[in-house]
Design a protein around this ligand. Structure first.
Ligand code: FO1
Length: 308
């Protein structure tokens, strides 16, 4: 079995490539829930939905989140009422949030609902929220206030400097159903090209996850989300720099070195391979920009072949 630690768009694209290479039933995705938020009274799980929509070939290809061929009648009507529309929820995407919110109100766990939604979308990969308990990524801005992830990422377009990140609820969160077994039983653990600080670290913050990964460093391979000193999407480069880590593939190697044995970096960063290995992390150089399904599948082949 292959278990992937996942955040948002980059992780979903690699998973989609992976199921071109191995049967979906052999893949488990342990997905970050620190981005989850409640808006309009609806529980929204962006990383879970991005993984399911992408694996179902239903995701909006321009944005990498939300559904393709969306209509926006509810957002338009909400705007006319002076309601909140900064977080864009398409009409069919809203059905997912209504369904999840209703099922949670009926007492279903986040993991149970995730597998129901995966099944409804015809997704064979096991989609496992890292925890069913509340987990929220909170960022402290340099000029003082602490805000939640979607305020930072969407409302402020991550255009503000961050001095600290914490994961509210992590101390008491329990690993979701199947999470520890998926990690312990994996022949290979793949750390997807997600934001190390706000997508992968919240997964590690859930008690038990680091322990399950411990001792398996030689079976853990990560893909750098930073290519040529920049994040392909989102604020990974700036966040690393703001937290005192070089916003480069070498900085990613340093961030992951304690528990990740191999890092795949893009060909653009080939000159950094020696510096990555100097961090104590084995380095594999390959094309990592997933601009098509073929490129995603090719990267998945490299990642799954990296450990022999
Ligand atoms: N990202 C945006 O930049 N703007 C949005 O309006 C937005 C809405 C949205 C709705 C549902 C969903 O599942 C994701 C959405 N995202 C939006 C992306 C989301 O903020 C990120 O995908 C993750 O939280 C970070 O990976």
């Amino acid at each position: 079995m292959i278990t992937a630690l996942c955040g948002g768009v980059g992780a979903a694209r690699l998973l989609r490539g992976m199921v071109e290479v191995v049967p979906a039933g052999e893949v488990a995705a342990v997905v970050n829930t620190g981005d989850d938020t409640v808006l309009h009274g609806l529980h929204i799980s962006p990383d879970l939905d991005t993984v399911v929509y992408t694996l179902a070939d239903a995701v909006n290809p321009e944005t990498g989140w939300g559904l393709a061929d969306e209509t926006w009648r509810v957002m338009e009507a909400l705007s006319d009422l002076g309601g909140q529309t900064w977080f864009r929820l398409g009409d069919r995407d809203l059905a997912t949030h209504c369904y999840r919110t209703q099922r949670l109100a009926e007492g279903a766990g986040l993991g149970e609902v995730a597998s129901e939604l995966a099944r409804s979308f015809g997704v064979g990969v096991r989609v496992l929220p890292v925890t069913d308990d509340p987990l929220r990524t909170c960022l402290t801005l340099v000029d003082g206030p602490e805000i939640d992830f979607q305020e930072y990422f969407v409302r402020l377009r991550h255009g503000v400097a961050v001095s600290g990140v914490r994961f509210e609820g992590a101390a008491t969160a329990r690993p979701g159903p199947g999470v520890l077994d998926a990690i312990a039983g994996a022949e290979t653990v793949v750390v997807c090209p997600s934001n190390p600080v706000v997508s992968i670290d919240p997964v590690l913050a859930v008690p038990g996850v680091r322990e399950a990964l411990a001792g398996r460093r030689d079976r853990i391979v990560a893909v750098s989300p930073i290519v040529a000193g920049a994040a392909l999407k989102g604020p990974a480069d700036r966040l690393l720099a703001e937290l005192g880590v070089p916003p480069t593939a070498v900085g990613v190697a340093r961030w992951y070195a304690p528990w990740v044995g191999t890092l795949v970096i893009d060909e653009a960063d080939a000159p950094l391979a020696g510096d990555v290995e100097a961090e104590g992390v084995r380095c594999v150089v390959a094309p990592t920009v997933m601009s098509s399904l073929e490129r995603s599948a090719a990267l998945a082949r490299v990642v799954l072949g990296a450990l022999g």
